[in-house]
Structure formats: C-alpha cells, structure tokens
Design a protein around this ligand. Structure first.
Ligand code: SME
Length: 172
C-alpha cells in the first residue's frame, strides 16, 4: 500500500461505489421523494468528509413578472443566507439554467459565486431532471479547494438522477 492510499484509508473517506449502494438502498426503502432527499443529504454530509454543505434547491414556478426562483429544500450543514436564488444568479442558477453539472475548483475566482460561508473553497451543482426538464438541483460545498474530482461528479450525478426517478415515481 502506498502512502496516499494509507492516508485515505485512515481518514475514513468511503469508496464512492459504496456510497452509491447505500443511496440506492435508501431509494428502494423511501416512502416519498422528500423523505429520500432528506436521508440522502444526511448520508452524503456524514460519510463524505469533504462534503461540508449538502442541499437541494428546487425550481419554483415563476410568479407573474418575476424571474423563476430556486428555493432551498432539504439540506445539511450551516444555515445559508441564500434560501431563494433567482435562476440567473449564482453557480446554482448557472447549473439549473444550462441543465449541466457545474464544478468550481476555487469559488473565489468565479464571479458567479454567491457566498454562503467564508470557509467554502469549491462547489459542485448537479441538475435534477423529471421527464427531461430541470426541476431542481443538488448543491455541495467543500472547505477544500478542488474537492470534486471525476468520481465525485459521477457520485453526485448518480444521486441527482435517483432523485429525479423518485420524483417521477411518486408523482406518477
Ligand atoms: N454558492 C451558491 C449558493 C448556494 S450556497 O452554496 C448553499 C451559488 O453560488 O449559487
């Protein structure tokens, strides 16, 4: 075992494949989409040591003359001042309006970034789709620079896709 592997084993950071299996088990047992979303953010926050804030923003239908809003839903971590984010603002707005995952390795260098905590260094936001349309997103902040690697992107996209399927299942 080389030194890096040893450190990662000692830190207790789990394999992302194990987390996927745990999330899948939660999906199978959940009785509603909100229940699943609450359990998922708790699991990711507790088990993935660099995921320091984990939460959902869900898209609210636009009121007349108002821009569509992303509204804070289930989350784990410190309370954020951004409970409602207009679709054209923030990293959150960028991910929801493009329908694409956004990863920012250094939030201090991204002019779109809306600060939630001075400790946040990097962020990933993955859209949630229901029948091909963006209905919300899974947002994760880290206190570490460039915390979100390819395997994190795969894990978070997998989680967001499961939420989309749960929403479809319970809305059907
Ligand atoms: N940083 C986000 C705002 C949400 S907080 O991270 C919880 C953004 O730039 O859209």
């Amino acid at each position: 075992m080389n030194a890096c592997v040893k450190i990662s084993a000692m830190s207790g950071t789990p394999n992302t494949e194990d987390i996927k299996s745990e999330v899948e088990r939660l999906a199978l047992a959940a009785k509603s989409a909100p229940e699943f979303m609450s359990q998922m953010v708790k699991l990711l926050h507790e088990r993935m040591l660099k995921y320091n804030w984990v939460g959902f923003y869900m898209l609210e239908a636009a009121a007349a003359g108002q821009p569509p809003m992303l509204v804070l839903d289930a989350f784990q971590g410190a309370m954020t001042p951004h409970t409602r984010i207009p679709l054209h603002q923030g990293i959150c707005g960028a991910a929801a309006s493009s329908g694409k995952t956004v990863i920012v390795d250094d939030v201090s260098k991204d002019p779109r970034y809306l600060a939630c905590s001075l400790e946040t260094k990097s962020e990933i936001v993955v859209p949630v789709f229901v029948r091909g349309k963006v209905v919300g997103e899974l947002d994760i902040d880290s206190h570490f620079h460039a915390a979100f690697k390819e395997e994190d992107r795969e894990l978070v996209e997998y989680c967001a896709a499961l939420v989309g399927r749960q929403l479809e299942k319970f809305q059907a």
